[in-house]
Design a protein around this ligand. Structure first.
Ligand code: BES
Ligand code: MN
Ligand code: ZN
Length: 439
């Protein structure tokens, strides 16, 4: 697709008219060259502009229209929001060995006013989100840890990034007994992927860590059958840090960014971890595995110990970590926990600006009481339903004491269920905005 800025409507086939008399989001096409879309009686804001843009894209494709000319609305970031929404609408799920879906007809969007830079930024974020969504939507028999490693290696080639993939034996030498306890019941070999982009000679890197469980069956603490297919999305943290890297590399930002992806499959098997097993993490702390379904924290804790070697400015981990965060916050806000309030404030701001919001949840010493163990330094689960997201965050906090850290729980925001089941591409907009703000 092409997006451009041009004061005259000549290039575009169809002129869009924002109509205050029509109900919000209602469209009327005259069959020739005018598409009216309702603004209703509300003052337009970021969210209404995003909705209008999606409706415009869908209507254009429905009527086989190729090019739209859009007048401005008095909303900050109008061009950026519209470009990103329309580009995102172009994402189509690739059906494996089935017919390819029909191409969208809309090819060109012309804005009456605006900056080229807004378009470039929105398109970089949209292509990062498309990668994140594609990886999330792929089934777990295709998107394995090996597939994620190959994806990272291909990105390294494309953008000239430094890439390293650690194998099981490498992780074993590093003492990652916690991470390896999750993968050992699966036939898929685990990987620890690092990808680094250097756009600045001197600065300490921002490090993003993404949970990459390519399928979470629960292991021996097997999940129930309902919606178990959705556990192919348990690598959406990994997919989102890869997508963010894609956006940052495409924009050639003057920052240093490293992403780290611990990736495994969590399966029950004769050689899988069992409740009660005790493992030793890379940090030296021991963990009693009370529930093999609390596997995300087991792989993240070793990755979070590992990333200290990058001398990070900040570390942000992104994970579909707890069902509890969906109960607490639903699907509109990602949960956020931090050990540094300035970082939380920056992320809240970036979330608002990118319409990819986070809501802060607490981390307190008190939560540590809930995952004490008689047999190890800590247990991986509390065994009760209280404050599940904060318990998981507090577990991770025991491995992040040496740097400034935030944890994003995206279990509610990374994909949608039901008839429109699919990955959302979140939190690529949030992370990219945070990195842009740090330049
Ligand atoms: N991947 C799941 C979290 C999840 C569940 C995300 C449902 C989205 C929808 C995670 O590994 C998990 O199973 N968490 C457990 C933790 C519990 C055993 C302490 C949970 O949330 O139930
Ligand atoms: Mn689990
Ligand atoms: Zn999981």
């Amino acid at each position: 697709m092409e997006f451009k800025i041009n004061k005259s409507a000549t290039e575009a086939q169809i002129q869009v008219v924002f109509d205050e008399m029509l109900k919000l989001n209602k469209v009327e096409f005259d069959g020739a060259n005018k598409l009216k879309i309702g603004l209703g009686d509300q003052i337009p804001n970021d969210k209404t502009v995003q909705k209008l843009a999606i409706t415009l894209a869908k209507t254009a494709n429905q009527f086989n229209l190729k090019a739209l000319f859009l007048p401005m609305l008095e909303v900050e970031n109008f061009v950026e929001i519209v470009t990103q929404a329309i580009a995102n609408n172009d994402y189509q799920i690739q059906k494996i060995e089935l017919e390819t879906p029909e191409e969208n007809t809309l090819q060109t969007v012309v804005f009456e006013q605006g900056e080229q830079a807004s378009i470039d930024k929105a398109l970089a974020i949209a292509s990062g989100m498309a990668l994140t969504r594609r990886l999330g939507d792929l089934p777990s028999n295709v998107c394995t840890p090996t597939y994620l490693a190959e994806t990272a290696q291909n990105m390294a080639q494309e953008f000239n990034l430094a890439c390293q993939v650690l194998e099981e034996s490498d992780m074993s030498k590093l003492g990652m007994g916690s991470l390896l306890s999750v993968s050992k019941g699966s036939i898929e070999p685990p990987k620890l992927i690092s990808l680094s982009y250097q756009g600045n000679d001197s600065a300490q890197p921002i490090v993003l860590v993404g949970k990459g469980v390519t399928f979470d069956s629960g292991g021996i603490s097997l999940k129930s059958g309902a919606s178990m297919d959705e556990m192919k999305y348990d690598m959406c943290g990994a997919a989102s840090v890869l997508g963010t890297m894609h956006a940052v590399a495409e924009m050639k930002l003057k920052v240093n960014l490293t992403i780290v992806v611990p990736t495994v499959e969590n399966m029950p098997a004769h050689n899988a971890s069992k409740p009660g097993d005790v493992v030793k993490s890379m940090s030296g702390q021991t963990i009693e595995i009370l529930n093999t379904d609390a596997e995300g924290r087991l792989i993240l804790c070793d990755a979070l110990t590992y990333v200290a070697k990058f001398n990070p400015a900040v570390v942000i981990d992104v994970a579909t970590l707890t069902g509890a965060v969906i109960v607490a916050l639903g699907k509109h806000h990602s949960g956020m926990m931090v050990n540094d309030q300035d970082l939380a404030d920056d992320l809240i701001k970036a979330g608002k600006n990118s319409m990819d919001t986070v809501w802060q949840l607490p981390l307190d010493e008190e939560f540590n009481e809930l995952f004490k163990s008689n047999f190890a330094d800590m247990a991986n689960s509390s065994g009760c339903r209280e404050a599940g997201s904060s318990v998981a965050g507090s577990f991770l906090a025991k491995f992040t004491k040496d740097y400034c850290w935030a944890h994003l729980d995206i279990a509610g925001t990374a994909w949608v269920s039901g008839a429109k089941k699919g990955a959302t591409g979140r939190p690529v907009p949030l992370l990219t905005q945070y990195i842009l703000d740090s330049v």
